[in-house]
Design a protein around this ligand. Sequence first.
Ligand code: ADP
Ligand code: MN
Ligand code: MN
Ligand code: MN
Length: 351
Amino acid sequence: MAIFAEYIWIDGVKPTAGLRSKTRVIYESDVPKSTDIEDVTQIDMSWFPVWGADGSSTEQAAGDDSDIVLKPVSAVRDPFRPGHYLVMTEVFVGATNEPHDSNTRADVRAVLDAGAAKADALFGFEQEYTFVHPAGRPLGFPERGFPAAQGPYYCGVGANKIVGRPVYEQFMARCLEAGVHISGVNWEVMPGQAEVQVGPLGPLMGGDHIWLARWILERTGEDYDVGVSFEAKPAKGDWNGAGMHTNFSTAAMREEGGIAAIEEACVAIGKKVDEHLAVYGHGYQDRLTGHHETARYDQFKYGVSDRTASIRIPRHVAENGCGYLEDRRPNANADPYQIAARLLRTVCGID
Ligand code: ADP
Ligand code: MN
Ligand code: MN
Ligand code: MN
């Protein structure tokens, strides 16, 4: 028998990278060890050979030297093909065997190796997204004009407020079937907009599971002819943007009295505003306006329970004296690996 392994990679498109994937059929006879390849609970990365792709079609190589290398790094169950797998890969340059420029996961590995691993960091990403008609207009937005003003949509219920519920439900179920570690979902402030929370997970797995969740979300949408936009400001004007609030902690922050480490981290992050914004996603200036529950991108501040701050310390964290911080600035279209690498560099003093 054989299995289907859907090899997923992140492309080189700028300013916002997207997802690509293709299917490898793996025959049991080709697997190095005779482990039970059909037992989805026992995923063994050695089943998945190094593979390649045409980098000239993904903005990762020139046509006359087009082979890129896909190295499997983690895998989950494929919820669309029961008994099969989704395989996350890193992209390498064929000629040199070095990580490709677009391979930001390799940066996370480098930062961990440079000393950040001992911080034992955890990440919880709040991935917001917007359902869109294939032509681009957000779900719930009429062909001409606008829907009723924001207010009733956030965590709403009812056909006059919520559009896209079947995709949202299927997506959540498929994340669980896959083994993607989500911790909740909710409808958002703008019509057609929703959020999924991923984590808390370590820096590599947190990024893997965000990208896998994005793939599962877009793939689920195909079955309903609904697109997904991760744009930071999909509707201009008095409509909320889409972010990816990043909840972050180190072991020191989670221990008793960790609030001191949390405040220290806020101060350190405040000294590197530009370095952080550079990896917080294309179009952050349109979203971080100082309105719609954001702090202006050029006005850094942090505070307890403050949803107008760049970094919020949740009230329960301040009360317990330990826990985590929430950087509210990353966009929905940001790369979780770059966010993780940047936070670790700043907070662990690696530069
Ligand atoms: P909000 O009130 O900002 O909407 P959410 O409930 O949507 O908050 O998201 C909170 C996130 O914080 C979740 O993704 C959760 O996994 C994450 N989280 C919880 N504890 C920690 C921690 N110690 N370190 C990092 N992330 C955490
Ligand atoms: Mn949230
Ligand atoms: Mn939200
Ligand atoms: Mn939040």
